[in-house]
Design a binder for this molecule. Structure first.
Ligand code: PLP
Length: 391
């Protein structure tokens, strides 16, 4: 007899399939690079977050292996019990120095950093003002917090101001925003947010997941790019840094408070020391090898320009994220499949990751893409776009 739970889940899956929202795993048979072998087919990778190509850098691999020989592959405990090591503390100091902040705290992922920071700091009686296109992990942090959340229209400073006025009498006010919006590649207007925060006495929490190692003269992120101060910068080690983990950086007392109150820090096994050591090496390389940032920036401009030349409307942003809007989820999946036939791997991004009717191909540029790679991507987009009536 089929169990009711089985029948219910099967029905849910069928509904997802009918609406073009069914997701399945794709299996890669090679390591992170600008080309990738997926299910037996070699393709150009234009959708990873490995913007500087550091995830497969031999120096990081050697560093992780060396530390693993000494510390093993797992940390075996939470930071506050048995999992803390000299490497974790070194990484926190390294992140603080890189981000030009007093202190930092490392989490096991960027997701856990976001949910941990927001739910620990924003308390009952407080207000969180959250951009409507914030990453899911910021949204989940707001949901976990006992504070009330008001969502303001995407990067709309008039709406943020109105909501700050409504929140005048609340205890603490937190403005929470991605600095680089992960599915659109545009930037939050941090200088304007800072002005409003000062006027209304609000704290700013910025998620620098896609800005760390990308924006600013030295790749320090959005605060370096805009030359503004915020209260807490959150980030991930799993994108440009090329490893695993997340962090928050800020003043000594804020970080001390997080160490005491962030549940995703307290109740989570620490990252393996080898991984942590690789992250330190990665930050060293980002600071020392400016040519990586230069190549990334040159490639971003080239791809944006060439896509525009063949008829795709893209926004000029300084980030490696270039969304190509298709619209309907099913059409976007078909577009992505056609790109694969042309040797280009760029999965469809659909609801709930993006709003209904705004499905897209999220292209990302890497420092290691060659001129030929960029031409191949544009050729594939041209052929597919013409075939499907998108351009
Ligand atoms: N914040 C943003 C803006 C992201 O894009 C992501 C990654 O998906 C995260 C946070 C979560 O980071 P992690 O993958 O390290 O959990």
């Amino acid at each position: 007899m089929i169990k009711p739970a089985y029948r219910w889940a099967d029905q849910q899956i069928n509904d997802l399939k009918k609406s073009g929202l069914y997701r399945h795993l794709r299996t890669s048979e090679s390591g992170p690079a600008s080309t990738v072998e997926i299910e037996g087919k070699e393709m150009l990778m234009v959708s990873s977050n490995n913007y500087l190509g550091l995830a497969a850098d031999q120096r990081l691999i050697m560093e992780a292996s060396k530390v693993m020989q000494q510390f093993g592959v797992g940390s075996t405990g939470s930071r506050l019990t048995t999992g803390n090591s000299t490497w974790h503390e070194k990484l926190e100091k390294r992140i603080a120095a890189f981000k030009k902040e007093e202190a930092a705290i490392v989490f096991s992922s960027g997701y856990l950093a976001n949910v941990g920071v927001i739910s620990a700091l924003a308390q009952d009686g407080d207000i969180i003002l959250s951009d409507e296109l914030n990453h899911a992990s910021l949204i989940d942090g707001c949901r976990l917090s006992k504070a009330k959340t008001m969502v303001y229209r995407h990067v709309d400073m008039n709406d943020l101001k109105k909501k700050l006025q409504l929140a005048r009498n609340n205890q603490n006010k937190f403005i929470v925003t991605d600095s680089v919006f992960s599915m659109d590649g545009n930037l939050a207007p941090l200088p304007e947010i800072k002005e409003l925060a000062d006027e209304y006495n609000a704290f700013i929490i910025v998620d620098d997941a896609h800005a760390t190692g990308v924006l600013g003269e030295n790749g320090r992120g959005s605060t370096e790019h805009f030359h503004v101060d915020v209260d807490i910068t959150i980030g991930t080690l799993s994108k440009t840094i090329g490893t695993e983990g997340g962090f928050a950086a800020g003043s000594f007392p804020i970080i001390e408070l997080l160490r005491n109150k962030a549940r995703s820090f307290i109740f989570q096994t620490a990252l393996p020391p080898g991984m942590v050591a690789a992250a330190i090496k990665s930050i060293d390389i980002i600071e020392q090898e400016k040519s990586l940032l230069y190549s990334l920036r040159t490639n971003i401009k080239k791809l944006q320009k060439q896509l525009a030349e063949i008829g795709f409307v893209t926004m000029p942003t300084p980030t490696p994220i270039i969304p190509v809007l298709i619209g309907e989820a099913q059409k976007t999946v078909a577009f992505s499949k056609q790109l694969e036939r042309e040797g280009v791997f760029a999965p469809a991004i659909r609801p709930p990751t993006v709003p209904e009717g705004k499905s897209r191909i999220r292209l990302t540029v890497m420092a290691s893409h060659t001129d030929n790679d960029i031409q191949q991507v544009c050729q594939a987009f041209y052929t597919t776009g013409k075939n499907m009536g998108v351009i």
